[in-house]
Design a binder for this molecule. Sequence first.
Ligand code: SF4
Ligand code: SF4
Length: 371
Amino acid sequence: MPPLSILLKPASSGCNLRCAYCFYADEASIRTVPNYGLMPREVGHALIEKAVGAAEGSITFLFQGGEPTLAGLDFYRDFVSHVKETAPGGLAVQYAIQTNGTLLDGDWCRFFQENRFLVGLSLDGNRVCHDRFRRDGTGKGTYDRVIKAARLLEETGVEYNVLTVVTGHLAKHIQSVFSTLCKGGFRFQQYIPCLDPLEETRGGQGYSLSPEQYESFLKTLFDLWYRELQQGRYWSIRYFDNLVWMLDGHAPEQCSMRGYCGLQYLVEADGSVYPCDFYGLDQYRLGNILSNSWAELDRGREELGFVEMSLRVPEECKNCQWYPLCRNGCRRDRTVEEDRPGRNYYCRAYAGFFAYALPRLRQAQSMLRSR
Ligand code: SF4
Ligand code: SF4
């Protein structure tokens, strides 16, 4: 068994915000139980005991939601203390949490700092883009609250990065988004394209991102990033970092760039396990951490053919010069054509971007190597 990566939903799909593009709210709304409530401690304990028994070398617990801080700080204190009691000496344990930041205070930040949590803070760049879609239950924007959380994380010495969801609107404003993030000192940035609802045709939402918009976004962001790099300023952008890493002959660390689905475990608050955050759906349930062994959960994934499905490469990709870098992207963005695996919805964005950026990506590779 390789190092394990486990994604937990301690507050299930529950959230104090109502972001328009939330993919997990969409997934939850079409399964039998949309919200499993708060994770009982015994579920957390059963997960820890089985996971540390199955892991070799290292294990990462990544808490996500909904909004995972809704589970309360005592849940996390108990979780970490049970890991300390249970994990064998040679096992490296890492923690990460993805949060909207609005509930963070000094106690939370001290806890993250003391236990070396890597915090992902959801921040859509500047006020206009952020407040357009990331609102609370009363319809109010949350930008000021998230910026306050970022400053608190910094003051407390917590390691964190920002996660920006790329909507069609944000794509048009990427210059202002990137410059606002840089001025704010956000050194570690991650941009992920938004998802349309599962049961709807792509492109029909107010926030939807078209392949054309994504292509233009990638090119513009790359120009800005590269110019900064030339002037001696390096901003970590996860997608570009991974591409440079791949040009160096390494495997990408980001699951969606590997070309096939990785061995992920998404554990819902009741202990139900699914193969990926994007597939927390009834038909993909692998079992339950309370009643199934780790081997049985893995067998559930094999029976579904979850990884195998992602290994099928469309003819167009087989013949595409960009396949070594693109690998047809994340399975969730792939199209299906009459039961044949199809190309990624963003195919034209990737092809256009690679043709545009490859020579400078190679330059970036040598600049970064010499740093
Ligand atoms: S759907 Fe995407 S993120 Fe999920 S396991 Fe597959 S490639 Fe990775
Ligand atoms: S650019 Fe398009 S055809 Fe080429 S590998 Fe990517 S998805 Fe496939």
